[in-house]
Design a protein around this ligand. Structure first.
Ligand code: PFF
Length: 454
């Protein structure tokens, strides 16, 4: 496709809503609050903000520079910017990583759909609280129910992406990303007003810097990359649809700020409720899917209507956060096929649905019939999560930084970053940022990556 014919986001706002929508997802809602508690409360938040500002934002800029200058999918952009080199294979790895992530991410997306459906009928807010907390295990360990929700969530993702950038992704994320914000604010108000919620607030704000060891920093970095959707080309592909006059730095800073803000308010939405219910804050999906139904059901005894509304609000928020993220991963995959083989978007989507289902079905069943099937001691779901979140995304972000810092010409990077020298503030920060990308970002990522693996 000729660069001039490429679709574009209608405005800078639309671009930011799409990338922020990709960034704000399940990683913010269940992973971040738990990590904050485990790694010293406020101390982890400080480390996370440092990682975001000094590592994730520069890596975001690198992906955006490659995408907007390359004006193609990940593979095609790298091929265009480094012709006849092996760099394009990095694009191949990114597409593979995006395919694996979307396959397992949709499992959790399917659960939120399931819980939203249950909440509509009032089954979550009006049931027995003890039954509500074990509902998740019963549902996720089943076969037909989680599979059908998985397929529905995946098809919804595919349909939005088939709609294209303007009619599909832009239209959807421009509504859902701001909506998500209001839904979560409503949830925070509800959560902190619960009796006994102050312990949850305390859990989030106390700072214990002694807990921020190497592992804590590794978690902060991994979380920053996962949360900002870095390392698999999602930011790169979205940036390839960005207008030439929009600011890359503004996009990066807005994404980092809204993503961090959202992670923090998710903490304040969830932890007070967890403490109010007398639960121990525990890791992973259980926090959201076991604890909160219990709370909603408990509240339902005294305030059935409020509890019914808040249950729907909460699971709608999770569902829309998950969808705006999954569409960005799916877009990485189908853009690749569209460009490589010149096929239509719907054909590319159908072609990718087959392998996604082949990997996704064992991921869904990892919580039920296949829970004993382990590879390197991990279920299929956990293995996919580990390989992508801990290895492929970090190495991908590192490779994109090396590409911009060492392979592209400095003048080209400057030109793209400052829109031909017309953006005064971007021109001012270019020098330190470029120095960072060349000399500091790669070694820091390598050190943290190795210490994390050890
Ligand atoms: N940032 C998303 C989250 O926090 O849930 C996850 C994600 C989305 C990772 C898109 C990678 C990606 F390309």
């Amino acid at each position: 496709m000729a660069p001039s014919k490429r679709e574009q986001f209608g405005s800078s706002f639309s671009f930011i809503m799409a990338v922020a929508g990709s960034a704000i997802g399940l990683g913010n809602i269940w992973r971040f609050p738990y990590m904050v508690g485990e790694h010293g409360g406020g101390a982890f938040i400080v480390a996370y903000i440092i990682c975001c500002l000094f590592l994730a934002v520069p890596c975001f800029v690198c992906e955006a520079v490659i995408g907007r200058r390359g004006r193609s999918d990940v593979y095609g952009s790298l091929e265009r910017l480094a012709p006849k080199s092996k760099w394009k294979w990095l694009g191949g790895v990114s597409v593979f990583a995006a395919f694996v992530i979307v396959s397992f991410y949709c499992v959790v997306g399917g659960w939120s759909l399931d819980f939203l459906v249950r909440s509509l009928s009032g089954r979550l807010s009006h049931g027995d609280p003890d039954g509500a907390s074990i509902l998740f295990k019963r549902m996720s360990s089943g076969t037909l129910e989680p599979l059908s929700m998985y397929v529905t969530f995946l098809l919804a993702t595919a349909l939005i992406v088939i709609g294209g950038i303007k009619k599909g992704i832009e239209r959807f994320t421009k509504i859902t990303t701001p909506l998500l914000f209001f839904l979560m604010v409503a949830m925070v108000i509800y959560s902190v007003s619960l009796p006994g919620a102050s312990a949850g607030v305390e859990y989030l704000v106390r700072s214990d810097f002694s807990k921020m060891d190497a592992a804590g920093w590794a978690c902060a970095l991994g979380q920053a990359f996962f949360s900002m959707s870095l390392g698999i080309g999602a930011v790169l592909v979205y940036s390839s649809f960005m207008k030439k006059e929009d600011s890359i730095l503004k996009g990066g800073l807005w994404t980092a700020a809204s993503d961090t803000f959202f992670a923090i308010i998710s903490g304040f939405a969830i932890m007070p409720a967890v403490f109010a219910a007398g639960f121990e804050p525990s890791a992973g999906p259980s926090l959201v899917y076991e604890t909160l139904p219990f709370i909603f059901a408990k509240m339902g005894i005294e305030a059935p209507v409020l509890s019914w509304i808040m249950t729907m609000v909460f699971f709608l928020a999770i569902l829309s956060a998950a969808l705006t993220s999954s569409i960005s991963m799916f877009e990485v995959c189908i853009e690749y096929l569209v460009h490589r083989f010149g096929i239509k978007r719907w054909q590319a989507a159908v072609a990718f649905l087959v392998p996604i289902l082949m990997l996704g079905v064992p991921c869904v069943l990892s919580f039920g019939p296949l829970s004993e099937f382990k590879i390197f001691g991990l279920t299929v779901f956990d293995l996919c999560d580990f390989v992508c979140s801990n290895v492929l995304m970090t190495l991908g972000a590192l490779a994109f930084a090396i590409f911009v810092g060492w392979r592209m010409k400095r003048a080209d990077v400057f030109d793209e970053f400052t829109n031909g020298g017309t953006l005064g503030f971007s021109a001012k920060v270019f020098r330190p940022l470029y120095f960072f990308v060349r000399w500091l970002v790669p070694p820091i990522i390598i050190i943290i990556f190795i210490s994390n693996l050890l």
